[in-house]
Design a protein around this ligand. Structure first.
Ligand SMILES: CC(=O)SCCNC(=O)CCNC(=O)[C@H](O)C(C)(C)COP(=O)(O)OP(=O)(O)OC[C@H]1O[C@@H](n2cnc3c(N)ncnc32)[C@H](O)[C@@H]1OP(=O)(O)O
Length: 418
């Protein structure tokens, strides 16, 4: 694809070399402030996560593009797995559309495979970029708003009078937040474990992060022994018709290990005085709120594409996944940027395990690696792509059988954009 374009040199870098990358990211991603403050802001997370995975594209001595990948333990169907969390993609504006990203992506795919990570994931800035590199839009989550929230919860909400609710500055509650999140992350595809540097980032509460809002708050619910739920939120004020100011809560995250704990968190948020609206930034599409709301039609939900998934080692990722039903299907795969995935694979799976091996039989389905990436978290179906005409089904019913096997009981959620 880049035949008429320059062959960009792509290298790794280290902590000192990262100073050359910062201006590229600062400019391409339109970050506020100057490159030095941008670098300062990213340093703590980068120092903790390491520079080994940063790739830089060069035009002579000039850095013109970069990407990185965080070493996540992300929950996938089947359990937590090592996943490359692709991030910080940027190309200098006057070098764009000359194949810089393509060169970076090719090298990153090869490196990811060499490290033995079977899956890569990312949040895209624009939906048009990553499909050509074999990523599929694999999850949708909701932004949800609730107006006049005080009476939104139904009388059936589970209540446990032994639970206590505490409102605290997040840094004081940090150990409790981490404990609850550590327990819930393995239960949601798309969530990933956080080390201290991720908590630092999530709980950052400086003037730039706050904008016009108030401080970050943590509400934590405890049972007799341990924290069992929390929400992180800010508030801002808006004028209302009578000229007064009223509060809007912007909820960053909700997590709970039990239904009554979640209900207690919601109760705290919905019954705060002077609040006319509660906005949730990220909820899974199957969030219990849809059941707990007295009138679910009052939940104003806006879907948003979240994770894009790339099967870097396609047969390895499929063999490692869990399946909800037996399936035996031959898939013919095209993969422009990861030729090792190309060809025919026989996926045999049931609830006890799976194999995915080279096959000579006639294919039941012909598709691109990106289509399987999109279906991998179990939220989007291969059948929808057959209906759209982008996947070819040779054996009638093959897509339905595969989709039944790929089904996952819980919708994905990735609560912190990376
Ligand atoms: C995970 C994250 O970090 S998301 C953040 C991504 N970064 C940004 O959005 C920052 C602003 N944009 C940029 O820095 C660059 O324009 C990038 C990274 C999006 C693309 O880099 P480029 O070097 O221009 O890409 P490259 O020249 O390799 O293009 C590859 C192909 O993708 C296409 N493409 C590139 N960007 C886009 C886009 N935004 N929308 C649609 N198609 C695109 C190109 O047309 C090209 O198509 P072709 O192979 O058919 O010719």
């Amino acid at each position: 694809m880049t035949d008429q374009r320059p062959e960009w040199k792509v290298t790794g870098t280290d902590r000192d070399g990262y100073a050359a990358v910062a201006p590229v990211l600062h400019e391409s991603l339109l970050f506020p402030g100057d490159p030095a403050s941008f670098l300062e802001r990213w340093r703590p997370l980068m120092d903790a996560q390491g520079y080994e995975r940063v790739l830089v594209a060069w035009d002579g001595e000039q850095a013109v593009g970069s990407t990185n990948a965080f070493p996540f333990e992300m929950t996938l169907p089947g359990g937590p797995r090592p996943v490359a969390g692709v991030t910080a993609v940027g190309v200098w504006p006057t070098r764009r559309r000359q194949g810089v990203l393509s060169a970076l992506m090719r090298r990153q795919l090869a490196d990811t495979r060499d490290r033995g990570e079977k899956v890569a994931a990312l949040w895209a800035s624009e939906g048009g970029i990553y499909g050509r590199f074999g990523y599929g839009a694999a999850s949708i989550q909701h932004r949800v708003s609730v107006d006049r929230p005080q009476d939104i919860l139904s009388s059936e909400v589970p209540r446990d009078p032994s639970l206590t609710t505490v409102l605290a500055p997040p840094q004081e509650a940090r150990a409790d937040l981490a404990r609850v999140h550590r327990a819930v992350a393995p239960t949601r595809p798309g969530d990933y474990q956080r080390d201290e540097s991720w908590w630092d980032r999530l709980l950052r509460d400086d003037a730039q992060t706050r904008g016009e809002s108030g401080p970050l708050r943590a509400v934590v619910v405890h049972d007799a022994r341990t924290p069992v739920g929390y929400a992180l939120y800010r508030s801002h004020r808006v004028p209302v018709a009578d000229g007064n100011l009223r509060g809007v809560l912007d909820v960053r995250e909700v997590a709970a290990t039990a239904p009554a704990a979640r209900a207690a968190v919601y109760e705290h948020l919905f019954t705060r005085d002077l609040v006319i609206r509660v906005n949730f930034e990220h909820l899974p599409v199957d969030d219990p709120l849809w059941t707990l709301a007295a009138d679910p039609m009052r939940l104003e939900a806006r879907p948003r594409v979240a994770l894009w998934i790339r099967l870097v080692d396609l047969p390895g990722a499929l063999a490692e996944r869990s399946y909800a039903a037996p399936v035996d299907v031959v898939i013919e795969v095209t993969d422009r940027h990861a030729p090792w995935n190309q060809g025919r694979w026989r996926l045999r799976a049931d609830r006890s395990g799976a194999t995915c091996e080279p096959a000579l039989d006639a294919p039941d389905l012909s598709l691109d690696a990106a289509h399987l990436g999109a279906a991998f978290l179990g939220q989007f179906t291969v059948g929808a792509k057959v209906a759209a005409g982008t996947v070819t089904e040779h054996a009638p019913g093959a897509a339905d059988l595969l989709d039944t096997a790929l089904r996952v009981p819980r919708a994905p959620l990735c609560g912190v954009i990376f």
